[in-house]
Write a protein that binds this ligand. Structure first.
Ligand code: SF4
Length: 317
């Protein structure tokens, strides 16, 4: 599906949802009280070194509140900005499939019935936390309501992945994508630019590999160094050069140019709570980052996919 416009030279999420649901759609971040197998010792401990103590769900509801209360509070806030819209129930914080199937069923079934205007269930998770019974159940659920799974990858390079303690390999990620797609579940992948030791070429490799997989969406983030994270601590002890805004914009534009033109771009930059952000401070101005990307694409007359490239075997460097 191509939804590229004159203003945005890539497939934006807004256009995708408008086209699909014919209305504004909001994501309501719910906190199901999950932990993470990379934190609690199931797979490893310590977690990804960039991850905040909130399990990268820094804007989700309060896990002590019932889902209904979380939903209503966030919905009310959203409606201060937009009068009308449909909703996506979004389990964001930590690993939202990291529980026995009966517990997952209970939570997801409750979430999709919180409001008649909920049109999608979106679940953020790790590729190694998708046992087949969970994938089968999500496939069944997907026949009743749209189900989207957000999978963290961050990089295709094993050396970087080990450095940031992701504690899974690329094969496990690829396998999760294929198993979800067998059930027709929409897959959105998270990647991070600016990870320690990564060159522009390496970041482009991540896109080239994703182009070989049947994914539907991508979220591109700049690395945020945050308080109370291992990487944030390492940085304050011995800072290293981070990407500048100009370098980041150049990399994202190049990534978009080689990205499959059918992939929906959910984000071209991320946000971290201001009070927790150590660096880089330019990431606070999300709109500036996104505008600079648009400006450069227009200046170069560049479009998503106009230099499409795919590569099956990424040599790990
Ligand atoms: S897998 Fe996600 S929640 Fe778990 S430590 Fe890594 S970023 Fe945090």
């Amino acid at each position: 599906m191509e939804l590229i416009t004159r203003e945005k030279h890539y497939n934006t999420l807004n256009n995708y949802y408008k086209n699909k649901y014919k209305q504004k759609v909001f994501k309501i971040s719910l906190n199901g009280g999950f932990t993470c197998p990379n934190i609690d010792g199931t797979v490893a401990s310590g977690g990804c070194t960039f991850c905040s103590w909130m399990g990268s769900g820094d804007f989700a509801g309060n896990k002590r509140d019932p889902l209904k209360k979380q939903f209503e509070e966030i919905k009310e806030k959203m409606h201060k900005k937009w009068r009308e819209g449909l909703y996506i129930a979004y389990f964001q914080a930590n690993t939202n499939t990291h529980a026995p199937l009966p517990r997952l069923k209970e939570l997801y079934e409750e979430a999709i019935t919180l409001d008649p205007n909920i049109v999608m269930l979106s679940i953020g998770t790790r590729p190694d936390s998708l046992p087949q019974d969970v994938v089968d159940y999500l496939g069944e659920l997907n026949k009743r309501i749209d189900v989207q799974v957000e999978l963290g990858l961050q990089t295709v390079h094993q050396k970087t992945s080990d450095l940031i303690n992701r504690a899974h390999d690329l094969k496990s990620f690829d396998d999760a994508v294929y198993r979800l797609r067998e059930k027709n579940i929409e897959v959105v992948v998270h990647i991070i630019n600016g990870l320690p030791g990564e060159t522009k070429e390496m970041m482009l490799d991540t896109i080239k590999h994703l182009n070989t997989l049947p994914i539907q969406g991508i979220k591109i983030h700049m690395l945020h160094l945050m308080e109370k994270t291992k990487m944030g601590y390492e940085y304050t002890q011995k800072p290293w050069p981070l990407l500048t805004l100009e370098e980041y914009v150049d990399i994202v534009v190049n990534q978009l140019r080689i990205l499959d033109k059918n992939t929906i771009v959910h984000r071209v930059t991320g946000d971290a709570p201001t009070e927790m952000l150590i660096a880089p401070t330019w990431t606070r101005k999300k709109f500036v980052v996104s505008n600079e990307i648009d400006k450069l694409m227009r200046k170069l007359n560049a479009y998503q996919g106009d230099m499409y490239e795919r590569k099956h075997h990424i040599e790990s460097t």
